[in-house]
Structures are given as C-alpha cells and as structure tokens.
Write a protein that binds this ligand. Structure first.
Ligand code: ATP
Ligand code: MG
Length: 445
C-alpha cells in the first residue's frame, strides 16, 4: 500500500531536485562554451608564438657559418616552459629547439596549421620557400586544468544552494499551508458530537471547494441526526403519558377483589409496564446524550455536582452503603452540562447498585486530577464481555431487570464531552468486582 506523503516534503524534495538538475545543465553548457572559447584563445596564442619565433629562427639558422648539430636555445633564467618548439628542415632534421623541447612528442611529419596528439596541441608553419618548418607544441593538460577550474568554481555554489533551496521551499510551503493546517487542527480537535460548520476562512482555492463540500456534508449529517434524535425523544416522551395511565389503572385494578390468578397476571402486566417506562426514560436520556448541548456556556464544579447526586441517591430507598472519597476544599471546574453529568453519574451508580453484590458497599472517588472511579463488589466480568458492555442493548446480567442502555448513554456523554471511560474487572486491589472510571482530565482548560 502506498503511504500518504507530506505535500511539504514532496515539494521540498521535488523543487530542490529540479533546481539541482537545472544548475547542472546550465553548468555543463557554461563549461562547454568556456572550453570552446579557451581553445580559440589558446590556439591563437599558439599560432601567434609560431609566427613570432619563425623570423628569429630563420635569421639564426641562416647566420650559421657551418651547419652543425641542432642548437638548443638556452633559457635566460630557469623557468617553466609550457610552449616548446622545434625548427626542422625539409628532411625533418632538427635545426633549432627550445631548451625544454622533447622531439619525441612532435609528429615526424611536417604539418602546417593546427593538429593534435593525445597529449599535445601543435601549430606548424613554414618559411624560406618551405625549406624551414617550425612546430610549436602546447601540452593539453593546461586547457584541461582551466576547464576543470571553471567547472569546480561553478559547482561550489550548489553545495550552498541545495540546503538553502530545501529550507526555503519547506518554509514557504509551510507558510502557504498555514490555513490548511489550521483547518485540519480544527477538525481534529472537535468532539464527535460537534457537527457545526468548520471555518473556511483563508483557505487556498484548491482546498476551499473540498472544505465547503465537507461543511455541506456536516450540515446534512447534523440534520439527519437531529431528526433521528428528536424522533426518539418525541416518541419516548409521547409514550410516557399512556404508560403512566396504564400503570395507574393496573394499580386501581389490583386494589379490587380478584382471584390469585388474576392478581398474578396484573402484577406481571405492572412489571412489564414499569420496564417499558424505564425504557422510554432511557431512550430520552440516550437522545440527549447523543445530541448537542452536552457542554454549557458556564463552568460548573463537578465535585459539588457529584455531592448533590450522591445525596439524592442516598435519600432514595436503597440499602447499599456508598463510601465517598472526594478532595477536601477542592474544585474541579468544567464546561460539562450539569444535566448530562447527572445522567452519566446516575447511570454508573445505578449499575453499581443494581449489578454489584448485595450488602456490599460501593466506593466512589473523584481525584483532584479529575478521575471519577466507582467500584462495586460482585462477580468478575471476562475481558471480552467487558469491552462490549457499552454497546446498545448489550447486557451481561440477565437476572436483573434493565434495558441495556445505561452504559451506551454513559459512553455517548463521555465521548461527546471529550472525556474517556474504562472498565476494570476485577477491581484494582480486589479479587472480584468491577471498577468504572471516567477521566475528565482532558477537560481542564
Ligand atoms: N457496575 C457494574 N457491575 C457489574 N456489572 C455491570 C456493572 N455495570 C454494568 N454491568 C453489566 O453491564 C451490562 C450493561 O449495563 P447497562 O447499564 O448498559 O445496562 P443495564 O444496567 O442492564 O440496563 P439499563 O441501565 O438500561 O437499565 C449490565 O447488564 C451488567 O451486566
Ligand atoms: Mg444500567
């Protein structure tokens, strides 16, 4: 599978490679042009030297009284001699030569004009009706060294250009992508319940149409979810009155004299109506948990809210002992909606009371860092089952009545406000039981 690539890295590497290739192409053509010009200059210097030396050599040779062995022109001062020459007669006999000349590098043929061997460039000229020939030789290494020097001097800036080009492109692309990265961050930082349009301000035109399409999609999704939620909430709300009426009538019927069989049936109907009433209540809570409005505009102290909820539960008819451990004189301020927080804690406490071992205390704690922990005794829930409990209508304890929506409601609230919920079974430092803990620490501003 092809991994996604960073636009910044792709552009940085691509543009740097492009600049390097163009630089090398420009360097090659500059070196070729310089080489041609150098050859022309060196050639003209070679020809000029031959033309200058020739008359002097002719006078020197003609003035000799007796033709003798080849004469080597002594140097005035020791010096390097890049140009060497031979003056030969028609038969190729050397009559005169420069002090450093090596006759073996010269062609035995007497050529006029320019010629080259693998090591030297030559220029030949004749005088005195083609009886005297001068050949000037210049080693090719000089021209090669000059060309190399030009190439190296043009190559050096590349060492500086490569990092500069890469850093420059990187910075420039990063600046250009600033708004796009801000757009990405805004989407990333959203809770799953936030479907409001994302700001498209300052986005480049290439991304703008995508961002607008995403906003349209979010809008359609929000409307679809809202209509689903309002349907659930309205249906549950509409069911309340008929269920309450039916329950009242059943209770009236139970007061009237009847046989044991009829009483038994009436109590079964009453129990079914009660679970139906619970289900409609849970459906309304689920609609709220999955909707917007889980965060309020004002901050509230969650520890204070927790105390109120625990007091309320303690007042209700339950034999379970609740041990509370809250930080002294400490507050945990958060934008969580108090109603949503109450629904969350009530569902978790309701589970601990309902599914925990009877006559065993429940332990509630809230740490200063914002971790709520609720521990109850009871049988261990296997890890594979534990991970499925937050799904809708999933229940592990069929002996106790319930609709299987409590943890789904808690999970929707926790996800919607940006907190996390986890389960441990057995509870920490115990052999059995269940711990549910909700981490609100991410909500601290
Ligand atoms: N604190 C707990 N201790 C032991 N078992 C638990 C605890 N909390 C949840 N469970 C198990 O997880 C299952 C799912 O819980 P959930 O709250 O979703 O549904 P419920 O309590 O059965 O019904 P409802 O809450 O809708 O009335 C429960 O049936 C129970 O078996
Ligand atoms: Mg429950």
């Amino acid at each position: 599978m092809k991994l996604p690539q960073s636009l910044q890295a792709t552009l940085g590497i691509g543009l740097t490679l492009g600049v390097i290739l163009f630089w090398i192409a420009a360097l090659l053509s500059a070196v070729l042009i310089a080489q041609n010009k150098l050859n022309e200059l060196f050639d003209s210097a070679l020809a000029e030297t031959a033309q200058r030396i020739m008359p002097l050599a002719v006078v020197e040779i003609l003035n000799r009284e007796v033709p003798g062995p080849p004469q080597s022109i002594a140097a005035f001062k020791a010096h390097d001699e890049p140009l060497t020459y031979l003056v030969r007669d028609k038969a190729g006999t050397v009559l005169l030569q420069s002090h450093n000349a090596d006759p073996s590098v010269f062609d035995t043929q007497l050529l006029e004009g320019f010629s080259s061997s693998s090591t030297h460039r030559f220029y030949g000229a004749s005088a005195v009706q083609d009886t005297l020939y001068i050949t000037v030789a210049e080693p090719l290494t000089q021209r090669q060294a000059a060309t190399l020097e030009i190439a190296v001097s043009l190559l050096w800036p590349l060492a500086l250009l490569i990092p500069l080009c890469f850093i420059g492109t990187w910075t420039f692309v990063r600046r250009s992508l600033r708004q796009t990265l801000a757009y990405r961050d805004e989407i990333e930082s959203r809770g799953s319940g936030d479907l409001s349009p994302v700001s498209v301000h300052g986005l480049p035109t290439e991304i703008l149409s995508i961002a607008e399409s995403v906003n349209n999609l979010l809008d359609r999704l929000r409307r679809a979810l809202e209509s689903e939620r309002s349907f659930t909430a309205n249906s549950a709300h509409e069911l309340r009155t008929p269920i309450a009426t039916a329950l009242a009538q059943i209770q009236r019927l139970q007061q009237e004299p009847s046989t044991e069989a009829v009483k038994d049936k009436l109590s079964k109907i009453e129990s079914s109506l009660r679970s139906l009433s619970c289900l409609s209540e849970k459906l309304m809570q689920l609609a709220k948990a999955e909707g917007a409005g889980l965060l309020s505009t004002e901050q509230h102290d969650l520890i204070d809210l927790l105390k109120l909820i625990i007091e309320d539960i303690r007042r209700s008819p339950t034999a379970t002992v609740i041990n509370v451990s809250l930080p002294e004189n400490d507050k945990f301020m958060s934008f969580v909606d108090p109603d949503a927080f109450a629904i969350l804690v009530r569902n978790l406490l309701d589970n601990a009371i309902k599914h925990g071992a009877k006559n065993q205390p429940i332990a509630i704690s809230f740490s200063p860092q914002g971790v709520l922990s609720i521990i109850n005794a009871g049988s261990i829930i296997p890890a594979d089952k534990l991970s499925q409990l937050r799904q809708r209508f999933v229940r592990y304890n069929p002996l106790v009545q319930g609709s299987g929506l409590g943890l789904a409601i808690a999970d929707a609230i926790v996800t919607g406000i940006g907190a996390t919920m986890s389960f441990n079974s057995p509870a920490p430092k115990q052999d059995d039981g269940v711990e549910v803990y909700v981490d609100f620490s991410a909500l601290i501003n």
